[in-house]
Design a protein around this ligand. Sequence first.
Ligand SMILES: *Cc1c(COP(=O)(O)O)cnc(C)c1O
Length: 818
Amino acid sequence: MLTFQQIASIVQGQVVQSAQPLPVIHLLTDSRKLSQPAGTLFFAIRGRYNDGHKYLEQLYAQGVRQLVVEQGEPGELKHLYPEANILLVENGLEALQKLAAWHRAQFSVPVIGITGSNGKTIVKEWLAQLLSPDEMVVKSPRSYNSQLGVPLSVWQLDQNHTYAIFEAGISQPGEMEKLQRIIQPTLGIFTNIGSAHDEGFTSHQQKAAEKLKLFKDVELLFYCADHALVHEAVQAQGIQAFTWSRTQPADVTITASTSVGHKTIIEYLYKHEKQRLAIPFTDEASVENALHCLSVLLYRHLPLSEIQDRLDRLHPVAMRLEMKEAINGCYLIDDTYNNDLAGLAIALDLLVNQPQRGRHTIILSDLLESGLPEEKLYKQVAELVEARGVERLLAIGEKISRYSSLFRVPAEFYRSTADFLAQFNPARFRDELILVKGARVFGFEKIVQAFQQKVHGTVLEVNLDALVHNLNYYRSKLAPDTKLMVMVKAFAYGSGSFEVANLLQFHRVDYLAVAYVDEGVTLREHGITLPIMVMNPSPDSFAKLRQYSLEPELYALEQLQAYMASLSGTALYKIHLKLDTGMHRLGFTADDFEALFALLRQHPQVQVVSAFSHLAGADEAVHNDFSQQQISKFRAMAAEVEEQLGYKVIKHILNSAGIVRFPEHQLDMVRLGIGIYGVEATGSEQEALRPVSMLKTTVSQVKHISRGETVGYSRKGVAEADKTIATIAIGYADGYDRRFSNGIGHVLLHGQRCPLIGNVCMDMCMVDVTGLQVKAGDEAIVFGPQLTLVELAKSIGTIPYELLTNVSARVKRVFYSE
Ligand SMILES: *Cc1c(COP(=O)(O)O)cnc(C)c1O
């Protein structure tokens, strides 16, 4: 454990106050990302848009006790933060970088540094995936590649890792040297040079030379020799290289490349031997990215069959370009990631390469950060758009509009996104492929949303505003220092785990919980940094658990032993203890305690962050006595845990119903589940919550049948009179329960309740719409504000939890805020 004095000497700061010895586990620069105050060191950094010093008081109030500041008079700082360790430095960002560089130097594993104008993040993600069968890889989260992102990425390195992959991005001269000192790469990948962030540089040569500074000490640099600027710069510096090329002899010399279906077959010479591989992509950018990865795999002497096997499993990285179904048979390619010419070319390439037919439309904002004079820039844009066969351009922004005369494809110009939305008419888009590409400031998400709102077929609409409303409702019942854990297990109760988790992270809940390790990994891969508890970790997933900084719930002695046996090194490992107080599902009992504490004492690196139990009957008043007994038992057991361990743990027992029924027992934390999704489990305060999800489908066909005829399988639906029936596109495979068959269930059509007739089929079911003017294509609501989950669950003898989590994965989730 680093002491505060050591940190002070590493970052060369002045110790204003050293109040208490505390571990430094998290480095924090964004006050909104605070999760565990006790182990956090906060760096107050002054940025272009914000100043970390503004949040010191708030963080101190939240329990942060270690601060690095750039300003403040020592006496005053001590007065304001009497219990804090405080370091005064000249520059907070530099201090953070120094600490990260020091941390990096403690490890001797191979570290790949990646830079280049495009493809950094994808190459990083892919390589991590390709190497994961043999290595424990740590990598930069998303595109954490800046002066701030790199130190935070590198700080993740711990004893468990055998391999590291970090990306570095710069926008000005002088920056790469700093990143090099932090990453200290032993191997390098230089993807390419394009025009992103041109403004800071006088020439592309200068930019290439600057980027190359990342690789000054690498043993080997991987790159494509066809990028002349890169090639010349590398040769000039005499860096040891591993190259691939389509045009000249190289370590990997590509001799042929043909696309067949969705694949590209590559033939190449490697060590005088002809080899052949299939890359599961056809667009140029993906093939280039895959070839960088291939070079690394060849260098590692992987057998060809194994390489093929791993390449086959690559899939597009969603964070940059997202392909989405949209209104009227359209597809959207949503690319708001970068906004330069090279990025536009890549995105247009993808557009050209899509198998769908139909018109190609592009919605494009002003290009920022291109480094070109405006007229020249838009001339090039116009040429590019024309050359790639775009059939309609919808351009948004004052600058691009100014150069409207340069564009020869059919085009419309709008001054702003709001302007575009005001004139938006969905009927003008049909069966086309639409590339949406805008700089972040243009907020093109709103456009994407407009295209997605009316999705045909069966969709589960999730109202994010309602979710936040419910979150705040439960929060209002908590004492200010009670922590909040939100359960996002089972795909966030069916609502979409990553989207919900992202919102919760933004709204600063303290903890998330999932059932299985894979669910936690998915969240991490989508950039969720909140602490995550995993309730049912299996021994074969322990390594992965730590690789992704997930915290296990441990509930049995053998399981805890297995967990401890899997540990190596001296890092701090956080666990949560589940105590059985009467649910009799999972958990330690008092009988286990002696052995439990003996084990914990033998493994001081294992830190119990929390102890908790679960109420068996909080939703029903008849069980109040039993719940109270569980709570008292838990209090006693948890006290014993703390006494035996000699330190405090977070204690928690209340679920959603418990928060409503026993607010006086919220202890240190509560675990909110179904309530946030809009169902108040005790039933007494349902009015206070807003329904979050609405399941909708459409009418496929309308029929008129005569008295005595039957409907559906087994001829169960018998028409006792002449009837009009509608077939709707939802069945039990979508999670629509078969128990709703034959009049038990209803759906809403034109606001009217229509009973089911006949049995629910796999993909559809029939409803009685006699007397209504229903037609094919009409919307049917399966559940929502007017037809509640509570009511529906009751009608088939189940609980809302089951209906929500049953909505199958093939049902599209659409998220919206009002
Ligand atoms: C699912 C779960 C919760 C949340 O329960 P709700 O009734 O949905 O609030 C809390 N604790 C544990 C251990 C759970 O498994």
